[in-house]
Design a protein around this ligand. Structure first.
Ligand SMILES: C[S@@+](CC[C@H](N)C(=O)[O-])C[C@H]1O[C@@H](n2cnc3c(N)ncnc32)[C@H](O)[C@@H]1O
Length: 472
């Protein structure tokens, strides 16, 4: 989607439509699915929908409503309002399809040995895909904007930075706040360089310069230039500012910096973790000393246009939902391997915990440890409970406490929990689109055209959009 003077009115109309539907269905998204039974979330689904949804398996819901394919057929008569909800969710979202990238040049055979080496080392398939795609995008955009210096913000362990400098000969400055990540990045750089010198002893390769620094939200253009000039090799090259999954406020910060720093010629921002954005949950305006311009203060909204909408906010729960991966959820629903049963188990657990102690609100019980409660999803609820209570370090309830008719009834409503979760998730792309379009409108308000494009396969990497802008 292009955001420029020709399209701005249509973009704003589109944003309004997104705001209207997400606002209308706020009672879905402003929820925690773990509270499904505690808050009786099923009652928030319109009565007519409930009648039909209650008869469905989660497989049928995925096939016919959630992620229908061209071959999908309706097995029953659905309420028109549900069909209209489905149509709006599908029609209004920016297409989640990778367009315009020349996949032929990114095929594995054509990648250099170094690229393959660097890819396989320490990097999972998801990251490999992201790096392949983003490197190609950066090479193209750098050529268009005449940038030879890339600043990689929130560079993590430096995978993107390393490939851009060693493989594509960019001057790269990596900025990362976590010193452990920077330490690892330096070790990986060294390994990579050793590999290069073994395979091509004549190759002169420059490594990225790593700066350990927490970029603050209100960094000015001058402060940013001073920061990157700690790298003494920097001269007056045009800068391409990039961030791969720069989380929370880091992405808006990059956008503010692009606007305020004349040295930056091009911006490629791939965001994630929208729930970490700083927002004004109370709807009060706070004065920030660094910026006087309205709307420049928060992670969301950024644009004056969205900031001027009365009583508008995207709550934490909705921003969290906007990070869902519908592709992954529908795959799970279609494969029906019982993986989603854990959603229901967790919701019943919440019910039991609240009965015991009303102050115990949504404690964390799922993690990736060996004895993870998530991995017990295929086993019995009793086993799940034991693991969860052990994790919370509280006495496991007796059989009588949870082996009763009421708990059994809740457990038998597994399909409801999954379908409700999917209904919320249908709105997820729309909420993400609102956040991204707000950023694009902010850029437009400050004199810059931009575009929002899907650059990753959403099945592999659900935070698949990049926001592009450049200065002529
Ligand atoms: C989701 S990770 C992405 C890492 C890397 N770009 C990648 O794709 O592998 C986000 C990174 O940004 C870093 N980060 C977050 N806020 C930051 C800030 N304000 N300044 C610098 N780094 C930050 C985090 O420490 C983390 O390593």
């Amino acid at each position: 989607m292009q955001i420029n003077s020709d399209s701005i009115l249509a973009v704003k109309r589109h944003l309004e439509a997104l705001l209207r539907i997400t606002n209308y269905y706020q009672n879905f998204t402003d929820t925690y699915v773990v509270e499904f039974f505690v808050e009786d979330l099923w009652s928030r689904v319109p009565h007519k929908w409930r009648e039909v949804l209650d008869e469905m398996t989660s497989w049928e819901f995925a096939e016919e409503i959630f992620q229908p394919t061209l071959n999908s057929v309706y097995s029953r008569v659905y309420p028109l309002s549900l069909l209209s909800f489905k149509a709006c969710c599908n029609k209004l979202q920016i297409p989640r399809q990778v367009d315009g990238l020349d996949n032929s040049t990114t095929s594995r055979q054509q990648l250099s040995k170094l690229f393959n080496y660097a890819m396989k080392k320490h990097i999972n398939m998801k990251k490999q895909h992201e790096l392949k795609q983003l490197c190609e995008v950066i090479v193209n955009e750098a050529a268009k904007s005449g940038s030879s210096h890339v600043v990689d913000v929130g560079s993590g362990r430096g995978h993107l930075s390393r490939l851009l400098s060693i493989e594509h000969n960019f001057k790269v400055t990596s900025i990362e706040s976590d010193d452990k990540n920077v330490e690892r990045a330096r070790v990986f750089d060294k390994e990579c360089l050793e590999f290069v010198s073994k395979t091509d002893s004549n190759a002169i390769k420059i490594l990225p310069t790593h700066i350990t620094h927490h970029v603050k939200r209100y960094i000015s253009g001058d402060e940013f230039v001073t920061l990157i000039k700690t790298d003494s090799s920097i001269n007056n090259d045009r800068i391409l500012l990039s961030g791969l999954h720069a989380c929370g406020d880091l992405s808006p910060t990059m956008i503010y910096t692009f606007v305020n720093c004349k040295e930056i010629a091009c911006l490629i921002s791939v965001a994630c973790c929208y729930m970490k954005l700083s927002v004004d949950e109370l709807g009060t305006q706070k004065a920030e000393p660094h910026y006087s311009v309205e709307g420049d203060k928060l992670g969301y909204p950024m644009s004056k246009y969205v900031a001027s909408i009365q009583n508008h906010q995207i709550k934490f729960t909705s921003r969290k939902i906007s990070c869902h991966s519908n592709e992954a959820l529908s795959e799970k629903m279609l494969s029906d391997g019982g993986h989603l049963k854990v959603q229901c188990y967790r919701a019943v657990l919440e019910y039991i915990l609240r009965k015991k102690n009303p102050n115990m609100i949504r404690p964390g019980v799922h993690n990736n440890n060996k004895k993870s409660t998530k991995k017990t999803c295929l086993s019995k609820f009793a086993d799940y409970l034991v693991l969860a209570f052990n994790k919370l370090d509280i006495p496991v309830p007796t059989n009588e406490e949870f082996d009763n008719i009421h708990i059994k009834q809740m457990l038998s409503k597994n399909h409801r929990v999954v379908i409700f979760y999917a209904l919320c998730s249908m709105l997820a792309p729309l909420i993400e689109n609102i956040i991204l379009l707000d950023r694009a409108v902010y850029l437009y308000e400050n004199g810059f055209d931009s575009s929002v494009q899907c650059i990753f396969e959403p099945k592999i990497s659900p935070r698949c959009f990049a926001l592009f802008a450049s200065k002529s």
